[in-house]
Design a protein around this ligand. Sequence first.
Ligand code: PBG
Length: 332
Amino acid sequence: MLADDESRPVRLRRLRKTPALRALVRETRVSAQQLIYPMFVVPGSGVKSEIGSLPGQFHWSVDRVADAARSVADAGVSGLLLFGQAVIRSASGSEASAPDGITQRAIEAIKAEVPDLVLCTDVCLCSYTDHGHCGVLDGEEVDNDASVERIAQVALSHARAGADVVAPSDMMDGRVGAIRTRLDSHGFVDVSIMAYAAKYASAFYGPFREAAGSAPMFGDRRGYQLDPANIRGAIREVELDLDEGADIVIVKPSLTYLDVVAKVRSRFNVPVAAYVVSGEYAAIKAAASRGWLDERTAFMETITSVARAGADVIITYSAPDVARWIAESRSR
Ligand code: PBG
């Protein structure tokens, strides 16, 4: 409390006096370059429709998504994470790996328009299966090994379409190794894998299910996603995914798992990504719309906390806004 002289308190407030002083000694600096923006592509043409559960986020059809991607890039955001959807769902989610599927066509369109963006794709079956689970079923169980084969096919189809990074989010065992082998044997040695390694079975994915039409028709995802109570389990998932060839590992959701982000950061020397998921975004949006909190400050605080915990890469629905806010605060 007191410095060398009892009459003189330590004055930590000195360096908090002005915006310039605070900026000078700030420990965590968020950059638009570390952001990835998720986008949802849907069937049809001429579609730009706001997603009810995610205010400010849109469903895009393939013919409109490339222009939208261009403005995200112009805002300074480094990457996109694409989510596609089936026209017709099936038990095996066959459209997920079709060369002319929604995601594959969106990849081609975006690559042609904005080749410099880091184009990442979500690799999963849940928006393509008629039952909404992330893999294929054997009875009412998700069959791991049959699902891994499908997931590898989906990843290969994204690479063929031009994806830079494939991001498996299904949480099946062995999928990263299977994807790496499949990509390599087809000449895609340079396509990276960003694995949803520590993906928890979270209530915070609620709004996403409406956005991606991916709610399971029965049961839940606790049979394959991590138990929220476990952190050693997360470390084990990360270890395995890295052994199998993951280049980047994702922790997801973010705010309720900052301890996991910090631990993964300190244990492994690879880029760590954190996903600020739909429920985290929607909660702030909903509160802000009622005037209960300030949206910009709340998002900046969220992103800064995730970076402070150790995330190198942040996947967030507010990426373009955050990029603009950062640019604005610099020009002041
Ligand atoms: C698909 C997938 C989900 C999310 C990303 N990929 C949903 C889920 O696993 O239930 C969640 C993203 C979000 O909530 O923002 N497997």
